[in-house]
Write a protein that binds this ligand. Structure first.
Ligand code: ZN
Length: 510
């Protein structure tokens, strides 16, 4: 028994890191016995200036629409005479689609009134970079294909997709996870509202470049491990520094089957932290059913799923004839290879050894939106404690957000100026939360002004000693622990609490 438990802890690479799931959930279910098989499809938006097939901005900044367009879809048979089952199902519903058009972020291409322009080369090189980091083989020619999509999220009723990498892998503990393919795709339009058979979409998301990363069948893994694999793929994408952050920028589809039953595809899991829950709930749902149906379901925010449509047939891909195949020059590929970012495993080792971060904190900062800023600050101010800097990004900002203070208003320069003062020993780390809150409210103030205004100038040892002796003089019978508390309340944010503790301990009463 003991040996078994030991082996289990060893395999968990992302071991103690809290991925935000309820550990107690379904602990009794034996997923190995149930022969749980899962497959992941991770969609990560790329951070490019323009969209994939036009020069519209990919910024998603516009709030006001310039026009609305209404469309319906009519099904037609393919060149081989077949009609896709998902397409027939959608046609039966006879839905009406309304599209919101945004200035600078939508053009005739998104409206399917103009053929696509050339493939965005910036997006192509980021996709190749991700494919290489996932150890994929890169084809010598890129062929753009059309994939039938009939839910209205693509005005042309198809999505353009191209295989950029094949047969890759990813290390997960001692195991190798197969990456079957990496595709470069255009994102679909986003649903604004859905009412009976009327759906409203915003067209500015249509055409944003994204990579779709598909794993092989994951067998013998628990839902939590499947989530960790998804998390690792997310970390690898982020390590390029060229992908979008925030809600909706990374979305997962998860295929789930048990006991060799049919595969059910759950689409649109919006958060990495929800993958395990979705798998657990989908397994529970399939266990209750007498007969599982081969179908597509959508993820709800609580981890449960709802039916959307039957799984489309294999015949839903056909070539995009408006764009000729693109050949990948070996020279260009060599250049991308030589400039690949440090692998995440190397980064983890470096953060632990050189920066002395704990395993947990290192994983948290590597997976956070602030990784590049963290590295920039550590490079600029190498004397700072990496743990202090990492903690500001992984917990202080979260604490402030919890108080309903909009930390998104903070800019890079604010954080850099605070760490500059900390590095010059002009402030103590305890002053950081107050300075951050102040920058949210007064973004144009300088850090020195803020320090003066908030009375956060660091206190000299002699000044602290003076305060303590004054306190003792005022009430000589105060016990030391109370004395520490009172002293701290007087000097909070201006001293290192450890230093006050030492001084109180060593203080000799006359
Ligand atoms: Zn456009």
């Amino acid at each position: 028994m003991k040996r078994k438990a030991k082996r289990r802890t060893k395999r968990r690479v992302v071991a103690k890191h809290d991925l935000g799931i309820d550990e107690k959930l379904n602990k009794k279910v034996n997923y190995r016995k149930l022969r749980l098989k899962a497959g992941l499809e991770i969609h990560q938006q790329l951070d490019t200036r323009h969209k994939l097939y036009c020069s519209c901005s990919a910024g998603l900044q516009q709030r006001r629409t310039s026009m609305e367009v209404i469309r319906r879809q009519h099904p037609v048979a393919s060149e081989l005479g077949a009609m896709d089952i998902a397409t027939q199902y959608e046609a039966m519903r006879d839905r009406k689609f309304k599209y919101k058009v945004y200035p600078f972020e939508t053009c005739l291409i998104e409206l399917d009134e103009e053929p696509p322009h050339n493939l965005n080369s910036e997006a192509l090189s980021i996709a190749i970079e991700i494919a290489l980091l996932l150890k994929c083989e890169i084809p010598s020619e890129i062929h753009i294909m059309r994939k039938t999509i009939t839910d209205g999220s693509n005005t042309g009723a198809f999505q353009r997709t191209a295989i950029i990498g094949l047969n890759g892998w990813l290390k997960y503990g001692s195991k190798k996870i197969e990456i079957t393919q990496v595709c470069l795709e255009e994102d679909a339009a986003a649903i604004v509202e859905e009412e009976n058979e009327k759906i409203t979409y915003r067209l500015n998301r249509l055409g944003i470049p994204l990579v779709e990363i598909s794993t092989g069948i994951l067998e013998g893994y628990s839902p939590k491990q499947i989530q960790e694999i998804a998390y690792l793929i997310g970390i690898i994408c982020r390590s390029t520094g060229k992908v979008k952050h925030g809600i909706g920028s990374i979305r997962q589809d998860v295929n789930v089957s048990i006991r060799n039953g049919p595969r059910v595809e759950v689409k649109g899991v919006q958060e990495l932290g929800l993958v395990a829950k979705v798998v657990e709930k989908e397994v529970a749902r399939q266990m209750e059913l007498k007969r599982v149906v081969h179908e597509t379901r959508a993820a709800n925010p609580d981890g449960t799923t709802r039916f959307t449509r039957p799984l489309p047939g294999a015949a839903r891909m056909y070539p995009e004839t408006d764009i000729i195949p693109i050949s990948i020059e070996r020279a260009g590929l060599k250049k991308i290879k030589s400039e690949l970012p440090e692998s995440w495993t190397k980064k983890l080792t470096r953060f632990k050894k050189k920066l002395k971060l704990s395993n947990d904190l290192a994983i948290q900062i590597i997976g956070s939106d602030f990784l590049s800023l963290f590295e920039k600050i550590m490079k600029k101010y190498p004397r700072l404690s990496a743990a202090v800097v990492a903690n500001v990004f992984t917990s202080t900002l979260k604490d402030i957000r919890r108080k309903k203070i909009d930390v998104n208003r903070l800019e890079e320069k604010h954080l850099i100026s605070i760490f500059a003062e900390l590095s010059k020993k002009k402030i103590v780390k305890e002053a950081i939360p107050e300075l951050l809150v102040n920058f949210v409210k007064n973004p144009d103030e300088s850090v020195t002004e803020a320090i003066r205004k908030l009375n956060l100038t660091i206190l000299k040892k002699s000044e602290i000693k003076k305060i303590i002796s004054q306190l003792v003089k005022d009430s000589p019978d105060t016990p030391r622990d109370k004395l520490y508390g009172i002293a701290m309340s007087r000097v909070r944010g201006r001293v290192d609490s450890q230093e006050v503790m030492e001084l109180v301990k060593r203080f000799k009463r006359k």
